[in-house]
Ligand binder design. Structure first.
Ligand SMILES: *Cc1c(COP(=O)(O)O)cnc(C)c1O
Length: 491
């Protein structure tokens, strides 16, 4: 399986292609594009039937081996077996089996239409990012050991990504994590989750400023190519291909667990921000999984909803980005969206490059086909089965309340955005699976507002705020940051 950049010129595409292990530890392609396989591996109906019996770990192996063809199968099987265990996904709630890793819960069934929740947040940090990040931790450790190499992961977080990365990389050989976060801006729970880690390879750095200050520091350090090479700096952001591919697995799992034959129709609603999660659903569909609709649910930051309604992709300025009660979806642009646009324009790298240069220079592009637009490919979106919707704070609060009343479970704010939009997109005879992207305990403030009581905390998280914390506070000073990394890597 070869990989190519979404911005590769047609003439260069074949010669510049790479293997899975080549792109595993990297981020963007050198031309600024994102990696995709040169073609999607196909899954037959017979294969799908055989996969119905598999454990999650075995299913993950079957899917990953189609993409990671340069990793020996026995090694890959060991990696997936170690990643997807009931001990790692132990935060399953009452009525869920931890051994199923992503258990389904039927919320409603009427006239052949089902509304189902797929729990993706039973891992160590109570958010779906663990599903991919835990595998990434094991893949990184494996790949680094083979090359006798080291990696220093450097990133900025406002919550979910940073904690998922730290829990995936803690204690791993050859890996250190330097994670910046805005000082005193994360919730007490999120802060405690990250800062209570005492592992010597985890460095929590609280930056005096807001998230953008932390993000700017990461960009400044990463733009210093000499420093980056010398100190072996890498990232684990949502454009990482291995993260996307690990997420493909739970779409297969959800479909197979919700059906008894491959003729049955299933749609997915996905609480979306950077388009990483739903992009994995699109890839599952391209591989032949019979997904009916993929519904992108956004919050007030409705960049994606706007595109799927109008064909106009218009990124927002920081000042136009709302801070909402589903903060992990507060995005100004959707960093994985280029992977879908590449497909939409017929895998034309020159065209994709031109469109995303327009994002830089003009703040977006328009594929509506209207006079003066940049193209008419929006008309093809329906063929890919995409739909969308948006949700506001009031919707979230009402949905959390309704779901508690009607189905007796407490959902988090991001999942509430998903349920709200899913209900607007139910179709007769089609099962709708909503991906549960976090557990309520992580976003307790809004739960308290909606229900008048605290969200239940999984075992082991009861007194997390009281644990000793390990972190340093720094000013947003790039030189000081570089000195800190240099001193702690010993390179
Ligand atoms: C990251 C995140 C999302 C958004 O996922 P994308 O892959 O960026 O679209 C949604 N919900 C939660 C809880 C998250 O942590």
């Amino acid at each position: 399986m070869q990989y190519v950049s979404t911005r590769a010129a047609a003439s260069a595409a074949a010669s510049s292609s790479q293997q899975f292990s080549d792109i595993l530890l990297g981020g963007l392609a050198t031309d600024g594009g994102l990696f995709l396989p040169t073609e999607y591996p196909q899954v037959s109906g017979a294969e799908l039937d055989a996969w119905r019996q598999l454990s999650y770990a075995d299913l993950a192996f079957e899917i990953l081996k189609k993409f990671a063809t340069d990793i020996p199968e026995a090694d890959l099987r060991a990696l997936t077996a170690k990643t997807y265990t009931k001990e790692v996904y132990k935060n399953a709630r009452q009525g869920e089996k931890a051994s199923q890793i992503t258990p389904l819960r039927v919320l409603e069934e009427e006239n052949g239409t089902k509304l189902v929740l797929q729990a993706l947040s039973n891992g160590p940090t109570l958010a779906f990012k663990d599903m991919a990040m835990q595998l990434l931790g094991n893949l990184f450790e494996y790949a680094l050991a083979k090359q006798n190499a080291e990696l220093n992961i450097f990133g900025a977080t406002s919550g979910d990504t940073g904690s998922a990365a730290e829990y995936a990389m803690r204690g791993k050989q050859g890996i250190r994590v330097f994670m910046l976060s805005p000082h005193k801006k994360m919730s007490a729970f999120q802060t405690a989750q990250m800062f209570s880690l005492q592992d010597p390879n985890i460095y929590n750095i609280a930056i005096e400023g807001v998230f953008d200050d932390a993000q700017d520091m990461v960009k400044a350090v990463s733009n210093d190519l000499e420093f980056k090479a010398k100190y072996k700096i890498g990232t684990v952001n949502s454009i990482n291909w291995a993260r996307v591919v690990a997420q493909v697995v739970y779409y297969f799992r959800g479909y197979l667990a919700a059906t008894t034959s491959n003729d049955q129709k299933v749609s997915f609603t996905v609480p979306s921000g950077n388009f990483g999660n739903i992009c994995a659903g699109h890839i599952a569909r391209m591989m032949g999984l019979p997904i009916d609709k993929l519904v992108a649910a956004t919050n007030e930051n409705d960049v994606l909803d706007e595109f799927f309604r109008t064909g106009v992709y218009r990124v927002r300025k920081s000042a136009e980005t709302y801070h909402t009660s589903s903060p992990s979806m507060d995005i100004s642009k959707a960093s994985n969206f280029e992977r879908f646009v590449y497909e939409l324009v017929g895998r034309d790298g020159d065209r994709t490059r031109a469109l995303f240069q327009k994002v830089e220079t003009r703040g977006g592009f328009d594929l509506s086909g209207k006079p003066g637009s940049d193209g008419d490919e929006f008309k093809l979106v329906a063929k890919y089965g995409f739909k969308s919707g948006k949700s506001t704070h009031d919707d979230r609060v009402n949905t959390i309340r309704d779901v508690a009343d009607d189905y007796g479970i407490v959902i988090d704010t991001h999942t509430a955005d998903g349920i709200k939009v899913a209900k607007e997109n139910l179709e007769p005879g089609v099962t709708m699976i909503v991906l549960e992207t976090a557990l309520a305990a992580k976003f307790n403030e809004t739960i308290l507002e909606a229900l008048g009581e605290d969200a239940e905390r999984p075992k082991g998280f009861e007194n997390i705020e009281d644990l000793p914390q390990k972190f340093v506070v720094m000013k947003p000073d790039v030189a000081a940051m570089k000195a800190y990394i240099a001193a702690n890597t010993g390179l």
